[in-house]
Design a protein around this ligand. Structure first.
Ligand code: URA
Length: 287
């Protein structure tokens, strides 16, 4: 007879399983040896609980009024890039396409079979939102819900992202949302370097066509890809970076926030920086 599990542990296990299910992970294998997972390659390290009050999903503040503020790229620090030694910079290999457009990029992708991710794909997830957005969010890659619907960030993490956008005083359709890879990695594993290398030229073209003022990288994969760095996201999260003449800020992935709600305080601080840059203001409290 198996030993009974204490109720508190059972609740924790249930919560964790629900989190994995949200990510589309439904199969589990037991390691023979305990494995060491590098936090850099999965989710960022759990930040220390801060004294800042934590905005709850339903109580993120509302903002209004949209006034554009010019971007001063020159004052933005650049992370020292750590470019993969095996090839040229991602940005050097992307050829400029004449009169490029989102439609052209989508057509170029077609029924893409350029990398192995196409094998398990139901729907390619191109991107969603305004082609003229001042703000672009870049995630990692589609999960199960996104793969089923062909739209980015529509699962539980996506709902949280939508709430975060709304708390900034925007609607989801005002921003543009896309991912580093356009097809779902099996069991939602981290995209592999060859997959990122194959897919990211299309991401770069999307960003160039949209020409946003601000790019927000959601999580380590997006941040490391665009900044071409191996440095962990916790080292530069919330700090403005210069990226191809635009401003880029990396913050935690919404899926991480679902697991670690206290980190919402950090993300909210980051998003307030983005709001300031875009001239978005929180409404004044009624006295
Ligand atoms: N996570 C991502 O990184 N992207 C999605 O589209 C959904 C979940």
């Amino acid at each position: 007879m198996p030993e009974s599990i204490p109720e508190s542990l059972q609740t924790k296990i249930e919560e964790r399983l629900r989190y994995y299910e949200d990510l589309g992970i439904r199969l589990f294998y037991r390691d023979r040896e305990p494995s060491l997972v590098s936090p850099e390659n999965s989710s960022p390290a759990i930040p220390q609980a801060s004294s800042v009050s934590i905005p709850e999903e339903s109580s993120l503040p509302k903002a209004k009024a949209k006034v554009a503020v010019p971007v001063v790229a020159a004052s933005v620090p650049r992370i020292a890039p750590v470019i993969a030694p095996s090839g040229p910079s991602l940005f050097e290999v992307v050829e400029k396409v004449q009169d490029d457009s989102l439609l052209k990029i989508r057509e170029d992708l077609g029924e893409c079979t350029r990398c192995k991710l196409h094998k398990g794909r139901n729907k390619l997830v191109f991107g969603d939102g305004s082609p003229k957005a001042q703000l672009v969010f870049v995630g990692e890659g589609p999960g199960a819900d996104e793969d089923a619907q062909g739209l980015p960030f529509v699962g539980r993490a996506g709902k949280l992202l939508t709430q975060m956008i709304e708390a900034m005083g925007l609607q989801r359709k005002d921003a543009y949302i896309c991912n580093v890879v356009k097809c779902r990695p099996p069991e939602n594993r981290t995209p592999e370097p060859d997959e990122v290398k194959t897919c990211s030229p299309y991401l770069l073209r999307q960003i160039d066509v949209i020409n946003p003022k601000v790019i927000v990288c959601l999580g380590a994969v997006a941040a490391k890809t665009l900044l071409e760095t191996t440095r962990g996201i916790s080292q530069y999260r919330g700090e403005w970076q210069e990226w191809r003449g635009r401003k880029l800020l990396a913050t935690y992935h919404p899926a991480y926030l679902l697991r670690n709600p206290p980190a919402k305080a950090d993300v909210w601080k980051d998003l307030q920086k983005v709001m300031a840059e875009l001239g978005l203001q929180l409404p004044k409290k009624k006295s």
